[in-house]
Write a protein of this length. Sequence first.
Length: 189
Amino acid sequence: MAHYDDWGVIAHGILNGHPADRVAMKGNASEVARTFYGGPDGPPATGAAADILALIPGWAEIPFIAASIEEWHQGAAAAAAASGIALDDLFYWEHRCGSWQSQSQLEWDIAQETFTPFSNRILLGTLLGVPAAERADHGNTLLREIIRAADPAALRVPINPRTPYRRAVEFGERLRHRARRELRRLRTR
């Protein structure tokens, strides 16, 4: 069964719309660096496994997940400290992005040949080495600065233009983020 119900639909669209003689270049380095769990108030608390469990609603109530996160936290806290990577970024990298990227590689390979040069530990470490406060806008400023350094003319091309639909989606995402944060706060009382 697919990780998400839409992968098959996406693969079908790729099969019908992506030229068969092309290779898709992809990666998730910028996704990992976008401070997913952070918000305007900064990164979440990650000092205890319970803090990590609170990032995903309902996980704390599932014993095997709670035990697994406790075990992960013990090793990951030391790795995060040694590497300078914030624990919430490391969790997002390993849990969300790792799962998402591997699933897309697995399920989309029926429709296209892919090459993933941007899932590179040096690049990821460099991006995550930028302080979270400088990535707090989900990495937008950081990524624009990278583009500016590489080719300033490329910034003339609109990046994810904000249509009325996109603004509505962003508003919904902000509401969801605030609701999740409030739920986490209430659960930890």
